[in-house]
Design a protein around this ligand. Sequence first.
Ligand SMILES: [Zn+2]
Length: 412
Amino acid sequence: MRGVVFRENRWIESADGAGARSCPECGGASASRHSWHLRRLQDLPIQGVPVVLELRLGRWRCLDDGCARKTFVERLTTAFPFARKTQRVTDLVRLFGHAAGGRTSEKLLARLAMPISDNAILRQLKRHASERRDGAPLRAIAIDDWSWRKGFNYGTIIVDLERRIVADVLETRSAKETADWVKRHPEIEVVSRDRCGLYAQGVRQGAPQARQVADRFHLLQNLRESIERHMTRISRFAGRPQLPPTTGDRHAARRGECGHARQALFDRVSSLRASGKTFVDIAAQIGVDHRTVAKWIKTGFPLHRRRLALKPTSPLYFQEFLSRRWAEGDRVGRRLFHDLRHRGYTGSFSNLERLLSTWRAGSREKKQSEQQYRKFIEIPAVDPATGWQISPGHCRFSLHEADAATHARRER
Ligand SMILES: [Zn+2]
């Protein structure tokens, strides 16, 4: 150690290398120094302040005439050759990247005084993946999306299921890129994937030999959603409309179901009340809290459970106002945000934007289908190996394409 200085908001520790001088090529020791080499490494922070190691390392001449290497720099045990971080920082970066994705990790690591860009985090994940696999063939993989920036853009993560390690990380989530990637690995036999048709399509194009399966997580998710849907339909209780009001047909249908169930329940409450039952009696009979019964009787209409729970931090709290403005053609997010703030909205602009973007997507779709006179139908994603339906249908095809797809399936 030669000294520590505080410069440019970081601690800079200067030190000399340990003096190791054996050639990485031939292993022979050298006593002939060629020059010095200065290497900077980011290390773990001290009390919230970044730390940089400035190491002065010897560059040595290889004394073996037959060796391909003329000179070499002293190797470190704490960092890989050419790395700009110590191994312990690299390990942390990788753990963060895996757990939290690119942008989030960038923020967290900056707060922990280890500034690193999201691109560098991604590179780190990829490098680690290729080192771990060590050229072994990929037989069974899993593909899913990976949050590059949560809720905004997604990449793709590919996991080697046999070795339980990340095989690769792609920067986008697209059928084409997936197809290109699996095409480079003709040894793949099994692909586990989510229910969205996008990866199904990519794998179908790139690796038709591979068998596609749905993974346990997504099967359970399927099951849960089916149960929820079913319960809402038959339930005496008013179910929970899950989604913000989009113009998507599936969601609208589900909300309709919830509404009907709620109305039926309310009718029953009213008739019981008319026959002279107390709130507590009614509550016991239909399985709703007696305070809810009281509220319903008092207001005279079935209250929306979700609406009741909403707070002014949610744009949905102002849904009536928003949808009126929307219908009038006022669709500029900033302006709506401004007006909502005046009405007491305490949520963020991005929160509002998220709702508006689903509305925008909805009206775009509608316009498109009206303009082009193209009928869009939803067809479910199907496992090409078994012909079984896997997804509840996230992919949209034109009627023409859907016909062709159905035709192809029949022929198989
Ligand atoms: Zn050598």
